[in-house]
Design a protein around this ligand. Sequence first.
Ligand code: SAM
Length: 333
Amino acid sequence: FERECAMEIERWLGERGADGYVKFEKLGGQAIWIGKSPVWPKTRDLIFSRQVVKLIDKKPLYFEAKNRISPILTALEGQSYSAIYLDNTDTNDGNSMVDLFSQLQRPLLSAAGKANILNREAKQRAHLVFVDGTEAWLGISEPEDTLKWPMGIPRLKMPQDAPSRSTLKLAEAFAYFMDKEEQAEWLREGLTAVDLGACPGGWTYQLVKHGLQVIAVDNGAMNEKIMESGLVEHIKADGFVYRPQRPVHWLVCDMVEQPSRVAKLMADWLADGDAGRAMFNLKLPMKTRLDEVELCREIIEQRLKKAGKKITRLEFRQLYHDREEVTAYLVVQ
Ligand code: SAM
């Protein structure tokens, strides 16, 4: 997804009067924007970027395996940083850095402390993104502009009794889109949800786990164990036709369908007051992924505007557990 990532950065910055271009390599796990800009995106402003880091230098830092600390300190000299954060590109080489990070972290921080580079009061932290053991980009970031998880990936364990791996998509969506308070308010007993395209029940599992009552709509077969929870009603119907008798708090949808069709369906439900919030997946076409997401955004905005509903949240994110797809969160007042 480097291409989408690059296009999105160029578009975001271009719309804000920036002058520059993006460099990327397919499967390189990074997109580097080179240029001047009055503003800078936060990670959450972008759909396809795992983490946004402002580089200090146009070139990466190279070092020998024997000595990584001195070149890093030399590059950081003259400024103070609140911390030194180690990250990696999401490639095989990048992901093999875990052991190196655990060896490097302490001696690096200790040497940085002695060199007067660390200052708790400093606004920015140094943010190193390792490509492999001999090359790293050196940048700065602020904790509130980046995601709290390394490489923006929340570590989630696959629940043993979940009906499908898709369960992790909704678990990650809850973790990404909702802070702890929002989760406590909106994921609890007493609330209701409809899950369109629910089978075998991975998304329903996440809702049931939080005590919600779920109507699972799908012509397929639901996992038997989840039906034993007593919180799920399985309705065999077409998700594009079904509507609940009473409004529900949540609409979730993981049907494999044209993104614009799903976007319209979600907007219709919320426009008609059948649900107050929706979390859904858009399966993207190969070539025009970014344009497709923007088209879906427009469909939703226009439909809800026509209905006189105010959108309080409309966000898209390609989550770690998403593949050729993005997840969206939509809330109306
Ligand atoms: N979220 C599910 C989970 O976590 O286990 C997986 C959903 S799977 C990707 C897509 C499901 O959508 C399939 O079970 C399929 O039967 C269902 N589906 C596709 N089109 C549908 C429609 N028009 N109405 C209802 N269900 C539909």
